[in-house]
Design a protein around this ligand. Structure first.
Ligand SMILES: [Zn+2]
Length: 583
């Protein structure tokens, strides 16, 4: 491709809208342009990369036996109402109304739509199992789009849905997808870590996320480098500290409980500031409603309760108790709840492991404008259960081997779910088994952010001058330029361009009438992996400079006749690393 004929618009300045480095380079390099908040054009450079990502995803999905379809983007509200997600999905759902007043949404995910297709077309166990996937545009009305293509409101995604007769079948389908995903990310040059995760708005039982470590990533993951345990922050479990058992048996060594006046002091910050104690010397009492039963969850003042852990421990969904329920049971307004006397009122008391290690702490006194100081749980109130209730953090102990966990930030690039019958039951999607029984389909669903892969590569492969693409998904494999716009060097570059094309190398040839400085800058900004420069070495010794974008400081000088051979060699070497089939 000649750049003079290519729709290539690079920018010298960094656009103010770009928060992350990769996003800045994608804008400056002319890969993408913003149409509106979280909505982007993919220009030819980006589209070339995206098509390569799509090709890799398609190859691996087909290899795993999945079949490609294309499902509607516009979904009738009735389908989403069947599963309750029309309401549960909330503001993230892009909703619209047609001329007859019927409600629709633009699909952010396709469980309802595919279950509807399958329940109307598949009747017998003989038609199972199968896995259908699509590569299509998805919509999510994000409040705060971020990082360009990382969190956009309109984005490209691959989503797949497996249908099996039973859990054993689902396990096989799930493992196939996990392996396909590992190959996909590897071929795209991404070092994705597989972590346990919470199901969130998708539902189901087990699920795994694929995370690429990145300091500016939105997600956090906890890892044990001893045994390999890895989970995202929402899901990560921890073992109690070694002194936990000891603390359960310890004798009370705490001054007598004392009620103190704390006017208008409700939050942890206010109370700790007012009383002059550290937040870690407070215990927060959070009241939840678990299907009519009130539950008090206790965590240290400086830690955050993880509601998903509370739900998992109780084995049922919970919601925060409302102000009225709190007033009724504690006799005080929100902000003054405390554990003393709650058990006697029928509240189930659950405390985080950390609370067991505490003594002489501050709690709400169940009376407006009052707190207790010198509280000890062994003496002043009772606890039904100790559990892992707070978010795990670096230094906590691995739930499997008790080694310290480390924490890092990451970008989520894929997520696979065992859904089981989470959708097929409410939507009455059944098949007839060997014995003539109606049974619900056992499902899995599997997502990959296609445009997010491009964004993640841009974030994780760059230096101060621009992008450094892995060859498998680079818009061009090779970038050719001469340091002059006309004359002898141009003739050499023209000749090389034809040589490279004849060797089936994807080459971008910068034949624009621009200064050498501009051409060098653009070459580094776009980040094609192999660079060929016809310049001062040609004048001196008839040699051309070839270098890898990732090692710009180590060029080799090659006679013109050898350029094609050398570029082909480098090309194979780069493919060998990520995609041996292609190398
Ligand atoms: Zn471990």
């Amino acid at each position: 491709m000649r750049l003079s004929q290519f729709f290539f618009i690079s920018l010298r300045e960094t656009p103010a809208e770009a928060d992350l480095i990769g996003h800045q380079f994608l804008l400056r390099g002319g890969f993408i342009r913003r149409l509106s908040s979280g909505i982007y054009h993919y220009l030819p450079l980006a589209f070339r990369s995206l098509n390569k990502i799509i090709h890799i995803v398609r190859e691996e999905m087909n290899r795993a036996g999945a079949q490609e379809v294309l499902l509607p983007v516009l979904h009738p509200a009735e389908l989403w109402q069947e599963t309750g997600r029309w309401d549960q999905y909330g503001e993230l759902l892009m909703r619209l109304t047609d001329r007859q007043g019927r409600d629709f949404c633009l699909g952010p995910t396709h469980e309802e739509v595919i279950v509807d297709l399958v329940r109307r077309s598949v009747r017998s166990y003989r038609q199972l199992p199968f896995n259908l996937y699509q590569i299509a545009t998805k919509f999510r009305d994000e409040l705060r789009p971020r990082g360009g293509l990382i969190r956009a409101r309109e984005f490209l995604m691959k989503d797949a849905y497996s249908f099996d007769r039973d859990e054993a079948g689902l396990e096989i389908s799930f493992q196939k997808m996990k392996e396909a995903y590992e190959r996909i990310f590897c071929r795209c040059g991404l070092n994705a870590i597989v972590v346990e995760a919470e199901a969130g708005a998708i539902g189901g039982t087990d699920n795994l996320e694929f995370m690429v470590p990145y300091p500016e990533g939105e997600d956090r993951l906890l890892q044990c480098h001893q045994c390999g345990y890895a989970a995202n922050r929402e899901r990560a479990q921890r073992s109690p500290s070694p002194s936990f058992q000891e603390a359960l048996q310890a004798t009370v060594n705490c001054p007598t409980l004392e009620k103190v006046f704390t006017p208008q002091q409700k939050t942890v910050e206010q109370v700790s500031g007012f009383l002059g104690v550290a937040p870690c010397q407070l215990v927060k009492t959070l009241l939840y409603d678990a299907d009519g039963q009130l539950v008090a969850a206790l965590v240290p003042g400086d830690k955050e309760l993880n509601e998903a852990k509370l739900q998992r421990f109780l084995g049922q969904p919970v919601k925060m108790a409302d102000a009225h329920a709190i007033q009724t049971v504690t006799g005080a307004s929100v902000g003054y709840s405390g554990p003393v006397g709650l058990s006697e009122k029928g509240v189930r008391m659950i405390a985080d492991y950390d609370v067991a290690l505490m003594s002489d702490f501050v709690v709400g006194a169940n009376e407006d404008d009052h707190h207790f100081i010198h509280t000890d749980w062994r003496r002043d109130f009772s606890i039904d259960d100790f559990a892992d209730l707070r978010f795990a953090e670096a230094g906590d102990l691995c739930p499997k081997c008790q080694s310290p966990l480390s924490e890092e930030r990451a970008i989520e690039v894929g997520h696979i779910f065992k859904l089981g019958t989470y959708y097929s039951e409410p939507m009455r999607a059944t098949f007839v088994d060997e014995s003539g029984q109606e049974r619900p389909f056992v499902m899995g669903c599997y997502g990959i952010g296609i445009s997010r892969i491009l964004a993640t590569v841009a974030e994780t492969y760059s230096d101060r001058d621009g992008l450094i693409f892995p060859i498998t998904i680079a818009p061009f494999e090779c970038w050719l330029m001469s340091v002059e716009g006309e004359g002898e060097l141009v003739a050499v570059a023209e000749e090389l361009y034809h040589h490279l094309l004849s060797a089936r190398i994807e080459v971008a040839y910068d034949d624009r009438l621009e200064s050498a400085g501009v051409k060098f800058k653009d070459m580094d900004l776009v980040g094609a992996p192999i660079q060929v420069i016809v310049g001062r070495h040609y004048r001196a010794e008839q040699k051309v400079e070839i270098r890898l974008r990732e090692r710009r400081d180590q060029p080799v000088l090659v006679p013109v006749q050898k350029v094609r051979e050398e570029v082909s060699r480098l090309r194979s070497e780069l493919y060998q690393r990520l995609d041996p089939d292609k190398g």
